[in-house]
Design a binder for this molecule. Structure first.
Ligand SMILES: [Zn+2]
Length: 130
């Protein structure tokens, strides 16, 4: 996994940054953390009523033309088709384009979130992201 870190962009605004160049297609982060049924300001939606609070992923800011995306892979657990209700979900943050050292890592919140806990106007276009 590439080296990434949470940095302060301006007062009270944090973001996730690349400490090294990350090539397009490379995995930046595997989301891990508490799974919750309702979204929060920092959670990322990975399924129906499934939101994950990743300690680093929660700092990734929205961009309408982002350099990363969230890839979600779900697989059923167990071999009995009747009881296969439990799913095993892996959510990866993947570079959509080559990311330079010290670039902020962003993704489009509207690609993952059904409904944001806190809708906001995006910094790039002033569009309402909800
Ligand atoms: Zn925007």
């Amino acid at each position: 996994m590439p080296e990434i870190e949470v940095r302060e962009i301006r007062e009270n605004v944090m973001g996730l940054f690349a400490n090294q160049q990350i090539e397009k297609g490379k995995i930046i982060l595997m989301l891990r953390g508490d799974k919750i049924s309702k979204p929060t300001k920092t959670s990322i939606q990975i399924g129906d009523k499934q939101h994950i609070e990743d300690p680093k992923g929660g700092f990734i800011n929205h961009h309408c033309n982002p350099n990363a995306e969230i890839n979600i892979h779900s697989s059923f657990v167990g071999s009995n088709p009747v009881s296969r209700s439990e799913t095993n979900t892996t959510a990866l943050v993947v570079a959509k384009k080559t990311i330079s050292k010290d670039d902020e890592i962003t993704f489009d919140y509207e690609t993952t979130e059904e409904k944001l806990a806190f809708p906001f106007l995006c910094d790039c276009h002033g569009r309402l992201i909800e």
